[in-house]
Ligand binder design. Structure first.
Ligand code: NAD
Ligand code: UFG
Length: 334
């Protein structure tokens, strides 16, 4: 199939392009490069031997998208393009609503105009809000605690309404838990600018001595070691989930993509230190506002319907994250 990947040069998008190409699909990428680099295209080519067709285009740019659909016969869209920083979304909510929600509406309008009614959407476990119980199932109540999460929840609602209005659409919503890790080549991975918000990029910055010390946000949660528990999932497994989703488009569907296993902050830090033989100094800090104690997925539905389960364990995630960091630093120093 010919798949349009919005946000395809980003962290999850680039890994998904690799897995799509490996599965025999053709890939067209649309990205405005606001949070990714053009070199990613070369790396995808180096890994797969395949050259993705690329459009530097904002999904808010209707004419730009129309050109993409005019020049390519697209069968299905995987829609990653979006802004994702929780803190920034609190400071600049309108930017998030415009980019994520208006962008998705324009994309769907252009898709409908060209008769392409098949879309996989990147949602997030953040739509479960403050969970009353874990593991989280797809039919649990939804709510959000920040504008970024609200954009995801609103887009889910928009896509559901779209399907209800026109059953010709096939819409799959994937709720990701915490993607970490990188492709084994060390060519693509997560490399945020500045001080990272998320745990694994922070750990790799400390391990590579670009930052002095990791702050562990709270050790008084009701968890075995007091630190927050999350369902970390290898980005290559997540990418594979998209390939499976594309193979099983069937009306409106929602799936959790997680491993079903929760690790605490200290579990992850200790696994990273052990697997990679590097030091990660840390100190306990106050809780981060808005954080929840624990979340992990019930991923049974994805297993039963998509035939998907996560294959990689936390050690693979830690090893590949560090491999990518080391190789990225080598590339930068050349
Ligand atoms: P990313 O920032 O690496 O990738 C997003 C890509 O979209 C970037 O390449 C960026 O340049 C592009 N983009 C943003 N706005 C655009 C626009 N208006 N037009 C065109 N391109 C645009 O992020 P990621 O981690 O790969 O996340 C991909 C998707 O998955 C996002 O929608 C994100 O909200 C969602 N998600 C991510 C996580 C996570 O922890 N990484 C968790 C749950 C959901
Ligand atoms: N943490 C630290 N120190 C840090 C960063 C994080 O102790 O420097 C802790 C957090 O308190 C939390 C855990 O590490 O307990 C994970 O935090 P992340 O920021 O890596 O991830 P979150 O679970 O907070 O959120 C991420 C994405 C959201 C997404 C959510 C669910 O940032 O956008 O996963 O998919 F919605």
């Amino acid at each position: 199939m010919n798949i349009l990947v919005t946000g395809g040069t980003g962290y999850i998008g680039s890994h998904t392009c690799v897995e799509l190409i490996k599965a025999g699909h053709d890939v067209v990428i649309v990205d405005n490069l606001c949070n990714s680099k053009i070199e990613v295209l070369d790396y995808i080519k180096e890994i797969t031997g395949y050259t993705c067709k690329f459009y530097e285009c904002d999904i808010l740019d209707r004419e730009g998208l129309q050109k993409v659909f005019t020049e390519n016969k697209i069968d299905s869209v995987i829609h990653f393009a979006g802004l994702k920083a929780v803190g920034e979304s609190c400071a600049k909510p309108l930017m998030y609503y415009r980019n994520n929600i208006s962008g998705t509406v324009i994309l769907c309008e252009v898709m409908a105009e060209f008769g392409v009614k098949s879309i996989v959407f990147s949602s997030s476990a953040t739509v479960y809000g403050i969970p009353k119980e874990v593991p989280l199932k797809e039919d649990f109540p939804l709510s959000t605690t920040n504008p970024y999460g609200s954009t995801k929840l609103m887009i889910e609602g928009i896509l559901k309404d779209l399907y209800n209005a026109d059953n010709e659409w096939d819409i799959t919503v994937l709720r990701y838990f915490n993607p970490i890790g990188a492709h084994e080549s060390g060519l693509i991975g997560e490399d945020p600018n500045g001080i990272p918000n998320n745990l694994m990029p922070y750990i790799t910055k400390v391990a590579s001595k670009q930052l002095p010390c990791l702050g562990v946000f709270g050790n008084d949660y009701p968890t075995p070691d007091g630190t927050g528990i999350r369902d970390y999932i290898h980005v290559v497994d997540l990418a594979d989930g998209h390939v499976k989703a594309i193979d099983h488009m069937d009306g409106y569907q929602v799936f959790n993509l997680g491993t079903g296993v929760g690790y605490s902050v200290l579990d992850l830090v200790n696994a990273f230190i052990k697997v990679n033989g590097v030091d990660v100094p840390y100190e306990i800090k106050d809780r981060r506002p808005g954080d929840i104690a624990e979340n992990f997925a019930d991923a049974t539905r994805a297993k039963e319907v998509l035939g998907w389960t996560a294959k990689y364990g936390v050690e693979d995630m830690c090893r590949s994250s560090w491999n990518f960091t080391v190789k990225a630093l080598e590339r930068k120093s050349k």
